[in-house]
Design a protein around this ligand. Structure first.
Ligand code: F6R
Length: 357
């Protein structure tokens, strides 16, 4: 039930700090450490390459997951859109493990890939919010998201739950491989949950950003580098699907290779800057578009902020920044849709679960 909330999407956005804490509880072992079933950790660490397969928002979570599994656990990862993978399969490694990410566990495009890889005799792990769903039943292993039912068509808490579970899986795989990640995930996820709470408590800020940048525009660009680029893709998808504003996410460095031609006087460009290693580069890209008339809105993170940034996120561990950074994007999309009188929870042409290929 949505209770006092006007929309499920707003309620589900607000639930995210609790979902992170719920996941931490669910994945805690008797020693109070985060842990994943030994069979699953073995399957992950014994694979020579992981193939993450998903659609839409879940695909965007997979992109962040690749970063975790590669950087924390040192395992090579490819991320694929299910509908492409099924008809255009890449050359596979010798010992692949497939990871399906699906909130509903019922997405037909992802299932088609699962059926195919099972026929080929490979192992599969499904990360889903729905125990007993088709993708869970047909895979060898399941990790649950513990996000609670997600009713709004636009996915919010499932995305952050997917990223949190992927971080726990990567951490467990690193431990098993004797790799020191250099940080305490329990501590860092706790900081993330608090940061999400601060963001959800300060919604007016994002309502104002939606008003200032998006009330009349017909398009909008999200730019970022590294994981900020992946979060930008998700920000653009959220905005497209509920506000019908044409929105695209771009890698900051790619702009000059074509996209920058789209920048006109007043074009909104939302830039994310949470990664120290590329902070100066993305700042350079912001200047490039501003010089061509873009209405730039920089969202940075404490410690990396510069004068003129529109919003500064509370500091969280750099790898976990997507968990905090997506919250403003979800809320900006929500308010943009609201201001434009769109049906937030039931956008046109979309169903919650896509059960046809
Ligand atoms: C966007 C959205 C979709 C889903 C996609 C996959 O907000 O919800 O892009 O992420 O249809 O759905 P699942 O995760 O159920 O496989």
């Amino acid at each position: 039930e949505k209770g006092t909330y006007p929309h499920y999407m707003l309620k589900e956005t607000d639930e995210q700090p609790f979902v992170i804490r719920k996941i931490m509880q669910a994945y805690q072992n008797d020693q109070g450490e985060l842990a994943v079933d030994a069979d699953i950790v073995n399957a992950v660490t014994e694979a020579d390459r992981l193939y993450i397969v998903a659609c839409g928002t879940s695909y965007h979570a997979g992109l962040v997951g690749k970063q975790y599994l590669e950087q924390m656990a040192n395992i090579p990862v490819e991320v694929h859109v299910a509908s492409e993978f099924v008809y255009n399969m890449p050359l596979l490694s010798k010992k692949p493990l497939f990871i399906f990410i699906s909130q509903s566990g019922e997405t037909a495009d992802s299932r088609a890939v699962l059926v195919k890889v099972k026929e080929l005799g490979y192992q599969a792990l499904t990360i889903t919010n729905v125990p007993g769903s088709t993708l869970s039943r047909e895979a060898d292993f399941t990790l649950l998201l513990h996000a609670g039912p997600e009713i709004a068509v636009a996915s919010t808490k499932a995305y952050t739950a997917q990223i949190a579970v992927l971080s726990i899986l990567a951490d467990a795989a690193a431990k098993k491989g004797g790799i020191d990640t250099g940080f305490d995930l329990v501590h860092e996820l706790g900081i993330v949950a608090n940061a999400m709470e601060v963001l959800c408590d300060g919604k007016e800020e994002f309502e104002q950003i939606a008003r200032d940048y998006l009330s009349t525009t017909r398009n909008c660009f999200f730019i970022g580098r590294s994981v900020d680029y992946y979060v930008g893709l998700e920000g653009a998808l959220k905005l497209k699907e509920i506000s019908y504003i044409q929105a695209e996410g771009f890698a900051g460095g790619e702009l000059k290779h074509g996209t920058i031609a789209l920048i006109e006087d007043g074009t909104p460009v939302i830039a994310l800057a949470t990664q120290e290693s590329v902070n100066l580069n993305i700042r350079g890209n912001v200047k490039e578009v501003a010089a061509r008339g873009a209405n730039t809105c920089v969202i940075s993170m404490k410690g990396l902020e510069q004068e003129g940034d529109r919003f500064v996120l509370p500091a969280v561990h750099e790898l976990l920044a997507p968990l905090a950074a997506v919250v403003p994007f979800q809320l900006i999309a929500y308010y943009a849709a609201l201001h434009r009188d769109c049906d937030v929870d039931k956008p046109r042409n979309l169903a919650k679960s896509v059960t046809v290929e």
